[in-house]
Write a new protein. Structure first.
Length: 469
């Protein structure tokens, strides 16, 4: 579906915005320019009504099963949000209490992720995992450069080894910071980066390996311990010592609570840094992310800026300057409100709902599960070969969209790009009851699609839309 709102060429161009006269004061304009700033002012109530009514056309975020980002918080969280909307995270001097709360939060995460020494670690909040991943990647690059320079070796050709199934932020990282990405393809035998043939990708110019805890395409975890063991073997054979950044955008806030036996964090000595999205399974509205380093030595001093803070100095490490502080307070609220037990309960309930849904979808007949929602509460399925005659998963996605549910279909990454899958992300707020309604909708639409004797006409642009990022 073309985006009618952002692409004027897609519609019969009408640059006027008409306002219902009932909303305006006598004498106030009822017609405004849509793509130029209006000359005059208007009543705030009128402006509110226009913004409110336009935003109303967005889908219902609670039915958006494509997003990983939180779409529900409780009323006390909303109070804090409204009270703190004016806080700028970068003003550490003006808002020292918010800065202190930021510090508490990343230290709680460092502890949760088993840093060896809580006094010798460093971390920060970010605007999301993207910024956090960029900082983790930059630290790896700078460490590699400093190591090479000290030995008089070239720093001309850095590379980063990662799965072809990484989130788009890693493509951006490699593009923006001029690092050669070495993508390890996804195959049906190796759906995630698991160390298989890693020696073919790693060399003396490798700044690091990215391991994803909760791949966006499938929700599957990359086995960090297994990757680390393979890197041990590579080091033993070649002397090349390569470290890991764990992109735990989703999984770093699920595994500690629901899979405590899984080794993936700083307990593995090759893990240099871990990032997560506070606004995904950290259970905060967008945007907040976090990144923590295993110790101060692996976060090069040359990346840190010092800002004045309460007469002392405060290290900062960030791409952005100004950014909202409210989400950091919301993160602290959730940590206090839920504690480990609460996070475990919330995430386990999402895992249970995900597995309830995946089992029922598997039982419908035409589908094979690729993942079941037992890592993060995210699962993916494909059409069984010969499972459907005149329809495919894009049709099912379109039919569900008409009912308000966003359940995206998209191709897998290389080398599996011929395989189209469909995914559901279960989050706090998708209750078992709502999940039951969703299942009923899926069943009804599958029944409808099965009854087709010819394929539905399709908007060419619609198929192939990728929601995996
Ligand atoms: C969502 C996601 C990102 C990007 O995170 P944002 O918080 O949206 O910036 C990076 N990596 C993975 C694995 C993700 O799931």
């Amino acid at each position: 579906m073309p985006n009618l709102f952002s692409d004027p060429s897609q519609q019969s161009f009408d640059a006027r915005l008409n306002v219902n006269p009932v909303f305006v004061r006598p004498g106030e304009a009822t017609q405004l320019p849509k793509y130029a700033m209006p000359e005059g002012m208007m009543e705030s109530d009128t402006a509110y009504q226009i913004v409110h009514d336009t935003a109303m056309l967005d889908g219902n975020s609670r039915l958006n099963l494509a997003t990983f980002v939180s779409t529900w918080m409780d009323d006390n969280a909303k109070r804090i949000y409204a009270e703190a909307a004016d806080k700028n995270m970068v003003d550490k001097d003006e808002y020292p209490a918010t800065a202190d709360i930021e510090d508490r939060c990343w230290r709680m995460l460092a502890d949760l992720w088993h840093v060896p020494d809580p006094e010798d670690t460093i971390g920060t909040s970010t605007i999301g995992s993207s910024e956090a991943c960029m900082l983790g990647g930059l630290a790896l690059k700078r460490l590699w450069q400093e190591r090479r320079k000290a030995k008089g070796e070239s720093t001309a050709n850095p590379n980063l080894v990662l799965s072809a199934g990484v989130q788009v932020v890693w493509e951006k990282f490699c593009n923006y910071w001029e690092v050669e990405p070495r993508y390890v393809p996804v195959t049906s035998d190796h759906l995630v980066l698991d160390g298989h043939e890693l020696e073919k990708y790693v060399d003396e110019n490798t700044i690091g390996v990215v391991a994803i805890l909760g791949q966006t395409y499938t929700g599957l975890y990359e086995p960090v311990a297994q990757i680390a063991t393979k890197l041990d073997e590579i080091e033993a054979a070649t002397g090349i010592d390569v470290r890991i950044h764990v992109d735990g955008a989703s999984g770093a806030m699920v595994a500690p609570f629901c899979q405590p036996e899984l080794a993936w964090d700083f307990a593995i000595y090759r893990v240099n840094s871990i990032s997560t999205s506070g606004h995904k399974y950290g259970l905060v509205y967008p945007g907040v992310g976090w990144v923590v380093w295993r110790n101060k030595q692996v976060c090069p001093e040359s990346l840190i800026f010092r800002v004045s803070y309460l007469g002392g100095d405060m290290p900062t490490l960030a791409l952005n300057f100004s950014r909202p502080g409210a989400q950091v307070l919301l993160q602290y609220y959730q940590f206090l409100r839920l504690g480990r037990e609460g996070y475990r309960m919330v995430q386990q309930e999402s895992l249970d709902v995900a597995q309830y849904l995946s089992s029922a979808i598997e039982a419908m007949g035409p589908f094979d599960l690729i993942s079941r929602g037992d890592t993060i509460p995210v699962f993916t399925w494909r059409l069984r070969d010969g499972g459907a005659k005149n329809w495919d998963l894009y049709d099912l996605a379109d039919r569900l969209r008409m009912r308000g549910w966003l359940v995206p279909a998209y191709p897998m990454p290389d080398d599996l790009s011929d395989l189209v899958v469909q995914r559901i992300v279960v989050r706090l707020g998708l209750s078992r009851d709502l999940a039951g309604h969703l299942l009923q909708a899926i069943q009804e639409e599958v029944t409808f699609l099965e009854s087709l004797t010819v394929p539905l006409p399709r908007d060419a642009e619609a198929s192939g839309r990728s929601f995996a990022h």
